[in-house]
Design a protein around this ligand. Sequence first.
Ligand code: NAP
Length: 241
Amino acid sequence: MRKYALVTGGSRGIGRAASIKLASMGYYVLINYKSNQEEAQKTLDIIAGNGGEAQLMPFDIENTNEITGALDEWVNQNKDAYIEVLVNNAGIRKDNLLFWMSDDEWNNVINTNLNGTFYITRALVKYMLNKKYGRIINIVSISGVTGMAGQTNYSAAKAGIIGLTKALALESAKKKVTVNAIAPGFIDTDMTKDMVQEELKKRIPAGRFGTAEEVAELIGFLASNKASYITGQVIGISGGL
Ligand code: NAP
């Protein structure tokens, strides 16, 4: 029987690498994205080229109508199946010092990262609890663990997801649904391409940015059966930062 995984923000960066990894583990991957269909199609093509299975599932994770529409349609077409792995990966950053921060910069970052994670998780966790098996992997950030200057909105959103992770892990453990967070440091993706890598590298003990594939390996492990006894945790992947 086919096993399904949904990766939000699967069109680029960490989400693309996670989609490819999960497909290599035998999952049929639902590749979510917001608007960049060209890049999402590339993820799908790579998976198909490797002999894996996937489909595109665009929706805006901030929009409950779009989420419900896409997921209801999928459930209707796949009556005996359920999505057993959810990777809440889609995210944005809009950095500014707090005293300059606009309502939009605050609300957009909270809505996409924190509220989006809540909406999708609420929509899917019931199936996992019902089937008594599931994996929820939330991609947070070291910024949500230690705080990062210029990122009060992003740090607050990611810290909020860490709270959600821990509380939902307590609600779900008896039903064999694990809920964990991964906190990357600096990873080389579109999200960090405007950063001055040379300067930042000096602060990273490993002396380099991480790759999306390195994060995807951890996602793959947490999604696997081998990680059955790990829940409610925040696991850093930051080159020692
Ligand atoms: P990225 O390369 O900028 O990709 C962002 C992804 O999120 C894209 O697939 C984008 O879709 C999707 N997305 C954004 N808003 C969305 C929405 N409203 N609905 C649906 N999809 C949406 O980002 P990344 O660096 O891979 O980051 C992935 C995750 O890791 C994020 O949660 C980020 O906060 C976290 N993280 C990243 C780093 C880092 O250094 N890169 C460090 C710590 C944590 P489109 O292609 O359609 O725009």
